[in-house]
Design a protein. Structure first.
Length: 327
């Protein structure tokens, strides 16, 4: 009988030094809960991170973890997945890390549709380096570290992800980690590139879009005398972002609706799955259509040396198939 894995199996004993109240805690907890719910083997999971507060995430999850370079988390994650297609790969990073210096990798990862899950901690500031404006901070806002209001327009991660070709695009809220857990589960189960933009309050440097602001505590319903939250779940409105057939026309219609919803902000901020298209072949499947042996003998499944440390990797079988296909 297989041993049932618990949440404790996905936790490490590494000291966590995030600021008290940071949304990163909710994201970390949601990832761990999703892995436990899915009973995924920790030895077959690799979690990659970039630089920033979110970069510490792999240190706290009991799987393989790789802490990479600023803006370069996706190339590392894609390389690992393509070398070992059976590996479950998650990439995590901040909005500055992934949507600033890493924006080019973000776009190109989407068009390839590699089967990985990319989770962005989106708090509008560079939290590790004293709160400078990140690419997602709205123009005119002035968090505590800025001497003047932000002069740049904010980018729209959801719209960019859809336009780039991600076949699963969602937004979640770090303080609703049960909902976030379900979004992560759906993303991991999806065969293709999955992107989750997680709204994540930074209690130290972003004193504008705070936990209280998202909860609507600055505006009270005159009838109920309760706060009016700014975030709402798309599924509660009856919206379903999933494409139901391989017909390109249906995907185009769904994309148009998802893009329109992605621009909602302010009084009503939607969270949930904006778009999911299971009919686009993954990059791994497209490689296998040219190199049939790719999925059975990928690079990471081959021994690389013998007892004397002499190289033994043999790609002739793969290349023979490739050359025949190309000819």
């Amino acid at each position: 009988m297989a041993v049932k894995l618990t949440l404790a199996n996905y936790r490490t004993n590494v000291h966590n030094d995030w600021c008290p109240g940071c949304g990163d805690f909710g994201i970390l907890s949601a990832i761990q809960m999703a892995l436990a719910d899915m009973q995924l083997d920790p030895s077959n999971i690799a979690i990659f991170s970039g630089i920033g507060c979110s970069g510490k995430t792999p240190h706290y999850i009991n799987t393989y973890g790789i802490h990479t370079l600023h803006g370069r988390v996706l190339p590392y994650a894609l390389g690992a997945k393509l070398a070992n297609p059976s590996l479950i790969v998650l990439a995590v990073g901040g909005d500055g890390d992934g949507l600033g210096i890493g924006a080019g990798h973000f776009v190109n990862a989407g068009r390839r549709n590699v089967d990985i899950t990319y989770i962005v901690h989106d708090n509008g500031v560079y939290g590790l380096t004293k709160g400078q404006a990140s690419p997602t901070l709205k123009r005119g806002l002035r968090p505590k570290s800025l001497p003047r209001p932000n002069i740049n327009e904010a980018i729209n991660p959801i719209a960019i992800a859809i336009a780039a070709g991600y076949t699963f695009v969602a937004r979640a809220y770090a303080y609703d980690n049960k909902h976030l857990k379900e979004i992560i589960r759906k993303a991991i189960s999806h065969k293709g590139s999955a992107f989750i933009d997680v709204l994540q309050p930074c209690p130290t440097y972003n004193d504008i879009t705070t936990k209280e602001w998202y909860a609507g505590e600055d505006r009270i319903d005159p009838e109920t005398r309760k706060p009016i939250p700014r975030v709402y779940k798309l599924e509660d409105t009856g919206y379903d972002g999933e494409v139901q057939s391989p017909d390109p026309a249906e995907a185009e219609k769904k994309i148009a609706v998802a893009l329109a919803k992605s621009f909602e902000w302010g009084d009503r901020i939607p969270i949930g799955v904006f778009y999911r298209n299971p009919y686009v072949p993954s990059y791994e499947e497209r490689i296998a259509s040219r190199i049939p042996n790719y999925l059975t003998i990928p690079p990471a499944r081959q021994p690389i040396h013998d007892a004397e440390k002499h190289p033994t990797a043999d790609i002739e079988q793969i290349m023979e198939e490739f050359l025949v296909t190309e000819a």
